[in-house]
Design a protein around this ligand. Structure first.
Ligand code: ADP
Length: 190
């Protein structure tokens, strides 16, 4: 089983690349952002709980995320691999993820981070706001999401560097070019 984490701040194009990677390798794409947004749009009890937090660009609690991921793994453990997109986002989530995988005799295979400078990120997120109308893509909320990234998610670089799993890939350029670069890095690890 190949367990890939696509890492990086909001707006780096993780979601786009995660879909393509999952399709090419036959792996399960897990976007916690998509899972949460779907709960919100269906108005489930979980959705009602997280709506305001997401719209403010804050992080949903580790406990809820871990519950969600346990259920995702439980349902898909026969899979050939996973592409995790948007999880883990805190040190606690990363540690819990290691424990969860261990229970299934699995571990993280690689953490690939898409590198895009911050000015470009804000530009992309504002454009996505116009195109898709996501409620958390306003300038104020974008700033908050980037702040959350710097405070809570960026420390994970160190966590995965120590495990020799972390690698950066250029995230600027055409979607296909970035995809090809990601694939060649992945192919080396298969
Ligand atoms: P982005 O495109 O900004 O990276 P996502 O689509 O991955 O955003 O997630 C949208 C929102 O969902 C986040 O701002 C956060 O509120 C919530 N969320 C998603 N994944 C997590 C997570 N692993 N931990 C906490 N909150 C999360």
């Amino acid at each position: 089983m190949f367990n890939l984490i696509l890492f990086g701040p909001p707006g780096t194009g993780k979601g786009t690349q995660a879909v393509k990677i999952a399709e090419k390798y036959g792996w399960v794409h897990v976007s916690t952002g998509d899972i949460l947004r779907s709960e919100v749009s269906q108005g489930t009890p979980l959705g009602l709980k997280v709506k305001a937090v997401m719209e403010a660009g804050q992080l949903v609690s580790d406990e809820l995320l871990i519950e969600i991921m346990e259920s995702v793994f439980g349902k898909n453990m026969g899979a050939k691999g996973f592409v995790l997109d948007g999880f883990p986002r805190t040190l606690k989530q990363a540690e819990e993820l290691d424990d969860m995988l261990k229970k299934f005799g699995e571990k993280i295979s690689s953490v690939l981070s898409l590198k895009v400078d911050e000015e470009e990120l804000v530009k992309r997120l504002l454009k996505r706001a116009q195109d898709q109308g996501r409620k958390d893509d306003t300038e104020e909320v974008i700033k908050n999401r980037l702040l959350q990234y710097h405070q809570h998610t960026k420390p994970l670089i160190d966590y995965y560097e120590k495990k020799k799993l972390f690698q950066e890939v250029i995230g600027v350029g055409g979607i296909e070019d970035i995809f090809n670069t990601l694939c060649s890095v992945i192919n080396d690890k298969l």
